[in-house]
Design a protein around this ligand. Sequence first.
Ligand code: AMP
Ligand code: MG
Length: 476
Amino acid sequence: MAWLKHTYATQLPQNLYSVQAPVPVGNSQMALYNEALAGELGIAGHLKEAEKALAYLSGNETIPGSQPIAQAYAGHQFGHFTRLGDGRAVLLGEIETPNGLYDLQLKGSGQTPYSRRGDGRATFYSMLREYLISEALHALHIPTTRSLAVVKTAGPVYREQIQEGGILTRVAASHIRVGTFEYARFFGEADDLEALLKYTIQRHYPDLTDHASPALALLERVMQKQKDLIINWLRVGFIHGVMNTDNMAISGETIDYGPCAFMNAYHPRTVFSSIDTQGRYAFANQPNIAYWNLSVFANALLPLIDEEEEAAGAKTQEVLDQFPEAFSKAYFEMMGHKLGIVNQEEEDRDLINSGLKLLAKWRVDYTNFFTELRRGGALIDGLRQEDAFESWYSKWEKARSRGATLAESEALMAQMNPVAIPRNHLVEEVLQSAVSGDMHPFHSLLQELSSPYDDALPLQAVPAGFDASYQTFCGT
Ligand code: AMP
Ligand code: MG
């Protein structure tokens, strides 16, 4: 029985994809399988027999009725416009759920017409990493693509060293990116852009269908979604690491877990990606880059907004101009909530900024700071020995008690501030064990990260100096 849909391929022009089956990998092994997610998606039954799940999710066997495709897209990578596409992924099809369609995609499944010089493969290590961090973001209540499975493949994958290969099954509200619109606009045929717009609105934002200017309305909606997403990243200390326009999803989900990492010691310019030497994608630069990417999105949409380019530009600029203020309002509200300030005032912005300056100056652990501020503890006791912090602390106490009880303030802080995050050293530790054949540490970390706001969790220790030499990589 066919249980996958193919609306992307059937409703969109052929320019936007290529029919492409996964390339069989031979002997492989199911390393991780997310039963809960299969259940949520209502597909557990289709993958019930262990051998079927492995055969389908390794790409060795085609799911009955499935017509896999690789999607075309373009993107601005570090500011440079490039023609891209699924170079190592194929969309098996879409799953129909009460919450709409979800893409079922294999990543690391072999070469496609968009592979350029790549081998179409991924390492077992990096697919495990994506599984762990994407599931952690989900548990942190942050919109993200999900991970259904990781298959370990027999063949070697050649990176700096020979490594084991892996295939991730990624689930996403869709894989439509800002870069998909750039592709349709600059490499497509005349009607491709409009077809993509229609499809996107119907799939993600059907309430915009009858809008007087659907393209402008989509820009505005995507802007809101990205604003909310990045506010969430800043809330938990997440650094995406490679916010190219091809890695920005129209759905507002976090996508592409290459060089991402979590910030421990607070500093706005924190970067871990080995290639981000200029700090383009540094922690606190993420809102600026989101804005930059949204401008690229707006530019791709221009022909759908007004026949006259100048008029179209003015209309999109009017929308884009709302971003900085809307972002800053939402940002301060989020940070105020992290501090347990229920009834916020304009003056709290100074409190937030001055508090963050102190954290940056002393390189205080971002996550532990907020947890200890609520629970009390040695970290805060230590900071309070400093006059500058003690004076900040008493202002904070006043702000949080403004028209709210201590219990209300604490409850808000508990809801906003995770106790456990995927600490870089823990992630690397469990991945090293996993590639050496022991999955136990991986599973226990995954378990801990599945309820990151659990107040029974102890504070996470952070080894001094680890981050100083920590680097993350793309395309592994
Ligand atoms: P990313 O940096 O992961 O966003 O990838 C950028 C582009 O490179 C996308 O088009 C990917 O599909 C492609 N790509 C990354 N790794 C490989 C690979 N090993 N083989 C083929 N294409 C790849
Ligand atoms: Mg990508």
